[in-house]
Design a protein around this ligand. Structure first.
Ligand code: ZN
Length: 152
């Protein structure tokens, strides 16, 4: 496994629309594993492939429920709204108040290429929405009601 360099705001790759993965193969599984290692190393709770310069629809999330490695994820159901503070590994030192659905159901492929549905709420749901936004070139600062800059 290897660590990726996380790209930061200003890199055009963050604004690209990522392409669906057509075949879940060893290269995709390696991408998922390297992304997970990079996310844990950076102490993040989610990472999307464009953040490591790869324009594929792949995300990893661990918001306390264990590691989810999802391919071609789509939100198929969303309920409620909640505003909370959010940050991004690609935008260090900046936080924002962002309104998100409280509960979501995400359909995706897992690392075996099987279709799975993930039900999430709270921070886990927020992380999934944040990472799926990345796949469409959307950053939390685009949605933030209020931006907060601070150290660390
Ligand atoms: Zn992010």
């Amino acid at each position: 496994m290897a660590l990726f360099r996380i790209v930061t705001l200003g890199d055009p790759v963050l604004r690209e629309k990522a392409k669906p993965v057509e075949k879940v193969n060893a290269a995709v599984r390696r991408l998922l594993d390297d992304m997970a290692e990079t996310m844990y190393d950076a102490r993040g709770i989610g990472l999307a492939a464009p953040q490591v310069g790869v324009t594929k629809r792949v995300i990893v999330v661990d918001a306390g429920q264990g590691l989810y490695q999802l391919i071609n994820p789509e939100i198929i159901e969303a309920q409620g709204t909640e505003t909370d503070r959010e940050g991004c590994l690609s935008i260090p030192g900046v936080w924002g108040e962002v309104s998100r659905a409280v509960q979501v159901t995400v359909r995706a492929l897992n690392r075996e290429g099987e279709t799975v549905e993930v039900e999430a709420e709270g921070l886990f749901a927020r992380a999934l929405q944040h990472e799926i936004d990345h796949l469409d070139g959307i950053l939390f600062i685009d949605r933030a009601l209020k931006i907060i800059r601070g150290g660390g």
